[in-house]
Design a protein around this ligand. Structure first.
Ligand SMILES: Cc1ncc(COP(=O)(O)O)c(C=O)c1O
Length: 387
């Protein structure tokens, strides 16, 4: 039996992929499954983006690219950050990576080691806790509550910072809750962190463009006082319906970007050229497809929240961003895992148990509304019938 490294026993996973595999297997056996489990837009990548990738391949862009990403794409990212976040960044601070996740993994590996502590949202994207444990650092959850719309209390975050804290991970708009942190809380957090200069922040803003009811996106990169220790995570997956292209970026403080590039060279060398040319077309081309997608998500959001709140035992706060609803299901008398299994097996509706996003997720279920209104209504009818 090969002897694995001890740290492998500390590596978790993303159970949404398990649910997807189960749902797909059931569908392959002929079951009619409505998938509200997976976190990806149900739209196709806009054609002008696909064309740019095809052209790049036809033009002969088949070789390695610079480890940091092609200069045109890094420039386009810097311009996009100036346009949408009002912040000047040097294109040299941008590291293009294969997917949003990679920036997260690199930041956690860069700061995590035995003896260090890393704060992360709970319920939150499961890879945060998994990668923190893998690094040997101690995971310190920041509890999120539906009473505050799954935002956070800056005081509560700052109270958890110790001399051992190396990194705080924040995610707004959030997976799995759809929570959006208001500017006032970020102001308080930034002010509090001035007295704790040893703490870096990873700001996961992958859902920044998916905001509703006129909410503004407040980027942590906008805080001048934190500029030398904020790592911004964003990418193309959610905004441009490009989850399968594996394209993302990090904006790193000048003092950290060389180390991040070294991790990239050790790991994947560089990102394929065609995806990068697609990334330029996405940022610089027409944005109508994004606007239409956001408008569709917004319509579905209203439908699903209203329907969820009519299910006996469910209580759902309105998500302000992303494409997830995260109702409390304690009134059903079932735990999250049992309800997830029952809805999949008996109703043919795939969802993800809140516990997949951390211990604080018990009593909740994640519904992705990246599906048609018709399917959402039918899924809700099935859930009601099942319960
Ligand atoms: C909060 C959050 N961050 C990062 C990612 C990773 O995105 P990507 O698919 O681009 O790696 C996801 C994907 O679900 C996410 O929900």
């Amino acid at each position: 039996m090969p002897q694995l490294a001890e740290r492998m026993s500390r590596l978790g996973t993303e159970t949404a992929f398990d649910v997807l595999a189960r749902a797909n297997a059931m569908a392959a056996r002929g079951r009619d499954i409505i998938n509200l489990g997976i976190g990806q837009p149900d739209f196709k990548t806009p054609p002008h983006i696909v064309d740019a990738a095809a052209k790049a391949l036809r033009d002969g862009h088949h070789g390695y690219t610079p480890a940091r990403g092609i200069p045109e794409l890094r420039g386009a990212v810097a311009a996009d950050i100036r346009l949408r976040r009002g912040v000047e960044v040097d294109p040299d601070q941008v590291l293009i990576v294969p997917g949003g996740k990679v920036t997260m993994f690199f930041a956690i590996l860069m700061f995590g080691e035995p003896g260090a502590e890393i704060l992360y949202p709970n319920p939150g994207f499961p890879i945060y806790e998994s990668a923190i444990c893998f690094s040997g650092a101690a995971p310190v959850p920041i509890p999120l509550y539906d009473a505050t719309g799954f935002s956070f209390d800056a005081e509560e975050v700052l109270d958890r910072v110790t001399d051992r804290t190396r990194l705080i991970i924040l995610n707004s708009p959030a997976n799995p809750t759809g929570g959006v942190v208001p500017r006032a809380e970020l102001d308080k957090l930034a002010a509090g962190l001035e007295a704790r200069p040893q703490v870096a922040v990873l700001s996961d803003e992958i859902y920044a463009r998916l905001l509703y009811d006129g909410r503004e996106h407040v980027s942590l990169l906008g805080y001048e006082e934190l500029r030398d220790r904020v790592i911004l995570l964003d990418g193309w997956s959610k905004t441009y319906a490009m989850t399968g292209w594996r394209l993302g970026y990090g904006v790193w403080p000048k003092a950290l970007v060389d180390a991040a590039e070294r991790l990239a060279i050790n790991c994947h060398s560089c990102v394929n050229a065609a995806a990068q040319f697609a990334g330029i077309a996405a940022l610089e081309g027409p944005q109508d497809a994004v606007d239409e997608m956001v408008a569709a998500f917004d319509r579905r959001r209203r439908v699903i929240v209203s329907e969820l709140n009519q299910i006996a035992g469910f209580r759902c706060v309105e998500p302000g961003g992303a494409f997830y609803a995260f109702p409390n299901i304690e009134g059903t008398g079932l735990d999250a895992g049992s309800l997830q299994d029952r809805l999949l097996d008996e109703a043919g509706v795939a969802t993800v148990a809140g516990t997949s996003f951390g211990r604080q997720g018990e009593g909740y279920l994640r519904f992705s509304y990246a599906n048609s209104t018709e399917n959402i209504r039918e899924a809700m009818r099935r859930v009601r019938a099942c319960l």
